[in-house]
Design a protein around this ligand. Structure first.
Ligand code: ADP
Ligand code: MG
Length: 253
């Protein structure tokens, strides 16, 4: 579904993505992991055309999107939930969602035709708390509720690929678990997800496959179980404390 090859992205003279390659399969959750500053957000921005790559290639469902403007990439079906969950603070939950739903729709049919159709009612069925808080303003919501609203906003644009940039940042553990539940549910319903995360313990619980970044490149790609069993990658590239730490996978295995 998504193939990124030898991507190079700069901020001015600062060379951030230095030959990044990865793939993500349709219908799966693909994690992109790495410590703060390795370039996860920059990758998300390049995928969406917000900070276009200077070299390399991004192919999405057979279309080269590397040089397309953000609105075209959005029309082709990639939606971003940016780091820091930027919702409209003075608008209500319902107004935030209504604005997003006005995004241009792709024509019916084609490769994505069988995927879920996220009308407002269906989106709200996944986020019952948002449904309850429909009349509340964005700035009256808790951090977890704002994250749910940011995800809901991206969904009403009916993406074929949802890009989540650090959805658990700053959330209490109980809310992190809630975000995990939402990701699992979306995957079950057929939405493909690219999950950029520093929180590897969270990401390995929900991902089908994981890419590990270091200094603007993907340096390790594997399934989450093998990743969690790789002490060297975990401690050196993911910042997970060495052995003794409880495996987040144990409960599921
Ligand atoms: N707008 C910007 N201008 C210049 N440098 C930036 C900008 N945004 C990020 N960077 C730098 O690019 C590198 C990668 O940042 P980022 O993609 O945000 O990493 P991550 O999301 O993995 O924490 C960092 O060294 C950061 O300081
Ligand atoms: Mg980031």
């Amino acid at each position: 579904m998504l193939t990124v090859t030898d991507l190079h992205t700069y901020y001015g003279e600062s060379h951030v993505l230095q030959g990044l390659s990865l793939t993500a399969a349709d219908g799966t959750v693909t994690a992109v992991l790495g410590r703060n500053g390795v370039g996860k957000t920059t990758l998300c921005r390049s995928l969406l055309g917000l900070t276009p790559a200077r070299a390399g290639r991004i192919v999405f469902h057979g279309t080269d999107i590397t040089r397309l403007p953000p609105y075209r990439i959005h029309e082709l079906g990639i939606s971003l939930v940016p780091q820091g969950r930027r919702i409209f603070p003075s608008l209500t939950v319902r107004e935030n969602l209504a604005i997003a739903a006005r995004a241009p729709k792709r024509p019916a049919g084609g490769a994505g035709a069988s995927r879920a159709v996220w009308d407002l009612q269906r989106v709200l069925s996944i986020f019952p708390r948002l449904a309850e808080r429909g009349g509340h303003r964005g700035n009256e919501l808790s951090g977890g509720e704002q994250q749910m609203l940011a995800i809901a906003r991206a969904l009403v644009a009916e993406p074929r690929l949802l890009v989540l940039d650090e959805p658990t940042e700053g959330l209490a553990p109980v809310l992190v678990a809630e975000v995990a539940g939402v990701i699992r549910r979306l995957r079950e319903e057929g939405t493909s997800i690219l999950l950029a995360e520093q929180n590897a313990a969270f990401a390995v619980k929900v991902a089908d496959y994981a890419h590990v970044m270091s200094k603007g490149r993907v340096v390790h790609s594997t399934d989450p179980v093998a990743l969690w069993n790789n002490e060297e990658v975990k401690t050196q590239l993911l910042g997970v404390p060495p052995s003794g730490a409880a495996s987040p996978l144990r409960r599921e295995l």
